[in-house]
Design a protein around this ligand. Structure first.
Ligand code: KIV
Length: 267
């Protein structure tokens, strides 16, 4: 593991040398610091905050100010990991000027090191504009959650020939526009491998197979904190919701039976 702060240049080098990029989502200081200390290379302040923290069904209602608030906490927590903030729905689609102003605020005031934008060729000019202002941009293709109502379901994207071709072309368009990397979500493993081979910039997969340059998961999913549903691509590394419930049930019992506080906890 690299000791030094992770940068866009380091991420590019990791692709060249075949060193896997490890990414997770983070939404606050406490979580960000724990992931950073554990050696995660990239922290994404994802708009998944809308589902796993706020309890919404989709990411669509997450506001720019909410991302700004969470991004500021996560940036403060990371001493080594590279911090990327999601641009939430409608913070970059209206105009390139608005996208630049909003990304600039996340860059300047929340101190993130890059932003992430969903979409392919339709956002290429926006990516170009942000990159030319000095703001690194990560793309996001495949099952892009901000388009869930357009897709109409959470099924795998790029499973047929024409959509597969479109995603490949979009990935190249993002690279040409200057994106430093691209998230590939819920696409066939074979397509993840092809795109990874075709691009010079790193691919970060989530349900895109083992051949991407890196992997990302929503931290609340992999720690078993969010249990309402579980996509097939999630591997659970802990069952924290169950542990929290058991710990709190013990506390409830102790208070009710006057077991807590004891002598040790009293003055
Ligand atoms: O919002 C998010 O957490 C994301 C990841 C799933 C890549 O975009």
């Amino acid at each position: 593991m690299r000791e030094k702060k992770v940068t866009t240049e380091a991420l590019r080098q990791m692709k060249v040398s075949g060193e896997r990029i490890v990414a997770l989502t983070a939404y606050d200081y406490f979580l960000g610091a724990a992931l950073d200390a554990a050696g995660v290379d990239m922290l994404l302040v994802g708009d998944s905050v809308g589902t796993v923290v706020q309890g919404h069904d989709t990411t669509l209602s997450v506001t720019f100010d909410q991302i700004r608030y969470h991004a500021e906490m996560v940036s403060r927590s990371a001493s080594r990991a590279f911090v990327v903030a999601d641009m939430p729905f409608l913070s970059y689609q209206v105009s390139e000027e608005e996208a630049l102003r909003n990304a600039g605020v996340l860059f300047k005031e929340s101190h993130v090191e890059a932003v992430k934008i969903e979409g392919g060729r339709e956002v290429a000019n926006t990516v170009r504009r942000l990159v030319s202002a000095g703001i690194p941009v990560m793309g996001h293709l495949g099952l892009t959650p901000q388009s869930i109502h357009q897709f109409g379901s959470y099924k795998v994207r790029g499973a047929d020939e024409s959509e597969s071709r479109r995603i490949r072309e979009d990935a190249r368009a993002l690279q040409e526009a200057g994106a430093f990397g691209v998230v590939l979500e819920k696409i066939p493993a074979g397509l993840g491998k092809i795109i990874t081979g075709e691009l010079e910039i790193p691919t970060i997969g989530i349900g895109a197979g083992p051949d991407c340059d890196g992997q990302i998961l929503v931290t609340h999913d992999m720690l078993g904190l969010f249990t309402r549903f579980r996509p097939r691509f999630v591997r659970r590394y802990a069952e924290l919701e169950a542990e929290i419930r058991a710990a709190v049930a013990r506390y409830v019992q102790d208070v009710r039976t006057a077991e807590f506080p004891g002598e040790q906890e009293s003055y």
